[in-house]
Structure formats: structure tokens, C-alpha cells
Design a protein around this ligand. Structure first.
Ligand code: SAM
Ligand code: SF4
Length: 372
């Protein structure tokens, strides 16, 4: 329904940030030729099975893909172009960290085919950046954004709020400064303490729930007033600047996941394939492979409900039926669905089912009792 994407995982960073549990290792030297060969082999393994699909988005995520060379990015995109039909208005994104990208590398990425850059800024405050273990200052990040805006048609930035000592007015001031940057896409994440992270081991806690909820509401209001609507829990964009690739994940689209720890979902002969490449980067480099399972229609439906409710559009009834073959209510507890509508957390109508602003804030809790 919503296109076909290719996710490429680059599993290395300059150093490990203390809050992060993404599959990424600190590293300095890379054998780019070996990575190009491994990515090509991994892509090739999916060609026959997905040859009839047209690629609508490619996403280089990580880790820190700004540590990849322009040649490696070019080689992966060329391999994809050789193997699949690629849509004329394909979105090709790369995640970058200000500490490992300069004008020269941005130009190389742009020439290689990248047309959307997502910059991990995290904060505009040097004290917070230090707390978050970042290797760049706010000024460096701002320079990266300015250069990126001159080179790429689409630029997004990631920020983290609800930090331990952050007040509502701290975040309000920072968000004003962020909105003054005139970016058309922002990913604004509340700090989560992930079990595998250094912050978890240190016993660090994010802002209290009530303050975090106030920050979320403030974020919603200020971004909306600035013309960037929330289109997913943490993502805000000017209309037309939403990330096509991430929308695939949330609306039941298809994609293949290439590289260590990458996951994929695609339909083959009516079956819902779920793929997971093996985690260990250097082992994967020697032998690019992973595991694959077939999701039952019920598992696929549950996943789709959970993902789609994160978005502004929510579950589109017609799209859901065309993927699963049954209406979404068949996978929900009827009494709970009714209660959540009465409580003002969910709206259910002919168009579909979506979360209200107050529902979005407690989405995980809602889904736990709603989905059966
Ligand atoms: C793969 S990283 C982005 C690119 C690059 N690695 C960087 O950090 O600059 C994806 C984003 O996830 C967010 N993130 C990661 N761990 C998080 C956490 N524990 N809480 C909130 N946001 C987190 C950060 O905003 C980060 O930029
Ligand atoms: S936030 Fe980005 S740079 Fe930091 S460890 Fe995670 S993936 Fe690497």
C-alpha cells in the first residue's frame, strides 16, 4: 500500500552515548570495501523475492552513518538501483552526527544520492550536551544544520528533552530557539532510560511523569503554532515534509532491513515475512545473514494497530482491511475500545481508529489492554 523501503544499518559511532541502546559500537577504522561487498550480498539475497516492488525510500540509519564514506553510500545506492526499479521521487535519508560530518562529506553524500539529512543535535545547551555524552557543542551542531540546509532539500534534527534537571521553562526556551531554526521536520524525543544503557546502570531518571506530560503538551502546542504538526508521537513536520520511510513502519508498508541488527517486513505470496539480521557487526560482515519468521495474520494485525496508533491518521480502516482482510476491531477488546472512546482517549469512526492528544500520551498503556 504505502511503498517499499530499504533500511541500511551502519552499526558504528565515534563513542557510545550514555542514554543510547541502539545496536552501535564505538570504532574508528573501517574497511569500506568489505562493507560495500557485504551490503551488496545482503541486498542481493532479497532481489528475487521483492523484484516486483518499486523502491520509494532508502534510509541509512545507525549508529552513525556519517562515519560511512561517500563512496560507500554511493556504492549501496548504485547496487539498489541495479537491482530494483527506483521511484523518480525516492526519498534517501541519512542520519548524521555533527561530530563526524563537514561540508565536504555532506557534498559527497549529496552527490551519492542522499536527499534528506537527519542531524542528531539532542540539545542547544552545552551543559546538557555534556551530560548526554555528546562530542560536539551547540555551536558545532548549529553550523552543521546551517550547512546542511544549504546542501539538502530536506533537513531534520533530533532533540531529547525531559532530562533529569530540566524545567518546563528551560524546555520552552530551548524549543523556541529550535523553532527559530526554520527546520521543516523535527524529531523531539523524551529521554527514555533504556535497560542496556550507561544511564540505566547509573540509576539516572528522566523528568517526573507529570512534568514530562506538561513538556509533551507544550511541545505539541508550540510546534503546531510554528506550522509543524505532530504526525507521530515524537515527529513534527510542515505538511509534505513527513519522513516517507518512517511512515512505512507506522502504516504497515513493506521494507527490507540490510546490515547488522536490521529488521524487515514484506509480503511474499500473501505471507507476512519478518526478517532480522544477526546483531554482531563483525560476524555479520564476514557472513551477512539473519533469521526469518512468518507472522500470523493476528500477529501482523496486532503490530499494525500498535504502530498506526502512534500516528496522527491512526488506523485507516480501508488500508487495514486490505492488508489484514478483517476490520481492526476484530483484534481489540470491545469493552476496552468503548471505554477508551468514552474517556476521550480514542476516536473510532468510518475512517478508522485514532488516538486523541490525551490518548497519545498514554499510548503504550492503552495498547496493553486494548489489543487482543
Ligand atoms: C541513531 S541516533 C541518530 C544519529 C546519530 N547516531 C546521533 O546520535 O547523532 C537516533 C536518535 O535517537 C534518539 N535517542 C536515542 N536514544 C534515546 C533515548 N534513550 N531517549 C531519547 N532519545 C533517544 C536521539 O535523538 C538520536 O539522535
Ligand atoms: S545516539 Fe547516535 S551517536 Fe550516540 S550512541 Fe546512539 S547511535 Fe551512537
Amino acid at each position: 500500500m504505502t511503498g517499499f523501503g530499504i533500511y541500511i544499518h551502519w552499526p558504528f559511532c565515534r563513542s557510545k552515548c550514555p542514554y543510547c541502546d541502539f545496536v552501535s559500537l564505538p570504532a574508528k577504522d573501517f574497511d569500506f570495501d568489505a562493507w560495500a561487498k557485504a551490503y551488496a550480498a545482503n541486498l542481493k539475497a532479497y532481489v528475487r523475492r521483492t523484484a516486483n516492488k518499486t523502491v520509494t525510500s532508502i534510509f541509512f540509519g545507525g549508529g552513525t552513518p556519517s562515519l560511512m564514506s561517500g563512496e560507500l553510500i554511493y556504492s549501496v545506492i548504485e547496487t539498489i538501483r541495479n537491482f530494483w526499479k527506483v521511484s523518480d521521487n525516492v526519498e534517501i535519508s541519512a542520519e548524521v552526527n555533527p561530530c563526524s560530518i563537514d561540508r565536504e562529506k555532506m557534498t559527497a553524500f549529496q552527490k551519492a544520492g542522499i536527499n534528506r539529512l537527519s542531524v542528531g543535535v539532542q540539545s542547544l545547551n552545552d551543559k546538557e550536551l555534556k551530560f548526554l555524552g555528546r562530542l560536539h557543542t551547540a555551536e558545532q551542531a548549529l553550523n552543521t544544520l546551517k550547512t546542511a540546509q544549504n546542501i539538502f532539500p530536506r533537513v531534520s534534527a533530533d532533540f531529547i528533552y525531559a532530562l533529569p534537571d530540566q524545567s518546563l521553562s528551560d524546555w520552552k526556551n530551548e524549543l523556541s530557539a529550535i523553532l527559530n531554526l526554520n527546520l521543516k521536520h523535527l524529531s523531539l524525543y523524551q529521554l527514555t532510560i533504556e535497560e542496556g544503557s550507561f544511564f540505566y546502570k547509573k540509576g539516572i531518571s528522566p523528568a517526573e511523569d507529570e512534568l514530562a506530560a506538561d513538556m509533551f503538551e507544550l511541545t505539541d502546542r508550540m510546534t503546531y503554532q510554528a506550522g509543524l504538526e505532530r504526525y507521530e508521537v515524537s515527529n513534527h513536520a510542515v505538511a509534505g515534509h513527513e519522513c516517507k520511510h518512517n511512515l512505512l513502519y507506522w502504516h504497515g508498508g513493506e521494507w527490507i532491513g540490510i546490515g547488522p541488527a536490521a529488521h524487515g517486513r514484506f509480503t511474499e505470496n500473501g505471507r507476512f515475512q519478518a526478517t532480522a539480521q544477526s546483531n554482531a557487526p563483525l560476524k555479520w560482515l564476514q557472513c551477512p545473514s539473519g533469521e526469518e519468521t512468518v507472522l500470523t495474520p493476528k500477529e501482523k494485525a496486532q503490530e499494525l494497530i500498535f504502530m498506526a496508533l502512534r500516528t496522527r491518521e491512526g488506523i485507516d480502516r480501508n488500508a487495514f482491511v486490505s492488508i489484514i482482510g478483517e476490520p481492526p476491531e476484530n483484534f481489540m477488546d470491545a469493552g476496552t475500545l468503548q471505554d477508551y472512546q468514552t474517556d476521550g482517549f480514542l476516536v473510532c469512526d468510518n475512517r478508522g481508529i485514532r488516538a486523541t492528544a490525551s490518548g497519545i500520551m498514554i499510548l503504550n498503556a492503552l495498547c496493553r489492554t486494548l489489543i487482543v
